[in-house]
Design a protein around this ligand. Sequence first.
Ligand code: GLA
Length: 515
Amino acid sequence: MMMLGIWMAFVYSSIFTWAEGTPPNVHALDDGLALTPPMGWYPWNIFGQEPQNEKLIKEIVDALVASGMREAGYSYVGPDEGICFLRASDGKLTTNLERYPSGLRGLGDYIHKRGLKYALYTDAGTHTCSKAMPGTKGHEFEDMRRFADWRCDYVKIDWCHTEGQDVVKAYTLLHDAQHAAGRPIVHSLCSWGEGSPWKWAAAVGHLWRTTEDICGPGLADWESAMKIAFANETLFEWAGPGHWNDPDMMIVGMPGLSEAQNRSFFSLWCMMASPLMAGNDLRDMSKSTIQILTNREAIGVNQDPLGIQGHVIRREGQVSIWAGKRLFDGSQAVLVFNQQSSPADVRVPWSDIGMDDTAGLYARDLWTHETTGPHAGAISVTVPPNDVAMLRISKSKDFPLPPIIIADTYLVSLRAIGVAAQTLSAAVTIMNQGSAELPSWKVQEGLPGWLSVTVAGNGKSQTLTNKIFTAGLKKGYYHAIVRIDNTEPVSGRPMSAIYYDVDLEVPNDVGGGSN
Ligand code: GLA
């Protein structure tokens, strides 16, 4: 109780300080979540509400894995506003079983078993936007407990039907409710910039929408996307590890956009360290869309451990130069964005990106995957119409990728047999797609007595062996959440904590005895 009190006091004093207008440089929450921008998929941009059901979400999950997007780092996936839950007469949320016959917990298990994380959606007001689902107002604690029961890892909380509610108080209450529910959940605030969440929301959440919706369902809108990008970039000082400006889900791969627009959009979102939530139909993607969404070199800029948001440093007519994004290895990311209908010739002197004008530096083109140089004092690029040049500039010829972590599963599920004590075992494999050899993952202390976790393997692939000792356990269901942590070795920065669930079913009382 005492600890909780101290912690709460810290959160509230943080809100108070940040509300005065000083950009925060630390995240107030100790959950280790989203230390790089979250990556995943949400249905709203392409589908809207109506077709969302269990079959669709499972097909998308399978497509996400089959397309290679999981290997590229995308992990959070689940329904947005669609009729997935209802409020029963006792006030509790229940799954809409007509649309989600396995239940929302069943959908979560499906997602976790495939090495992905589970995202859900709700609202801070009385209802979700279309009034299709109940909002959390007045039910904050029980709803967040329900989301935790469903094993949700990420919740987007909308701001519709909130007349008379105070935005800071409402999202703070929801944060407290999530915390009380005891499951680490990424909190995605969706007040569309209302209440300037960048000034206070780092204390209660991990990301916040900065603008209105990027498009209506199924209708990619390039003008609106560009308006959003240029509004979001001005907020760069407020973003950092664990607390991100969110310019909305991506429109890459939606009908009506050219390949150059898709590439430009993706580059902008990577440069701005924006959450990379894909919004297209993953079951029906062109080769070019897959290549853009899974470009590891661009993703490496987005997932950089320093978590700096790049921004516009120079704009000449319809040509903008984006920089200010130092990366973990000392290199700098640079984006030249040409919105003209003719090619643009642009020279970027090293002093523009905080580097020594007299130096000879190497340039890596993150779309052609070619390294050139050394270039003395500057680089000149010709950018085609509506396209980008996305570069990394470095003293070194090597352009290492930061860690991109994937797991083969986030759910260990075991069942004891008989009444004699047993030792059961199951593995979770954690792979690093980045260049560096990672140290050993550290397992957080405090696991229940029936579970032990050991780590083996190398910097690229480590296996967590989960050993379960059933001696003396009573008939019942047991559950634990395992947290593991690591440090990115080049920058020394902490990496996002990884959590997974361990379930044990004990069908009979088990005798004592040695394992
Ligand atoms: C709001 C949000 C969108 C989407 C819809 C659902 O408009 O900003 O991202 O979730 O609600 O109705």
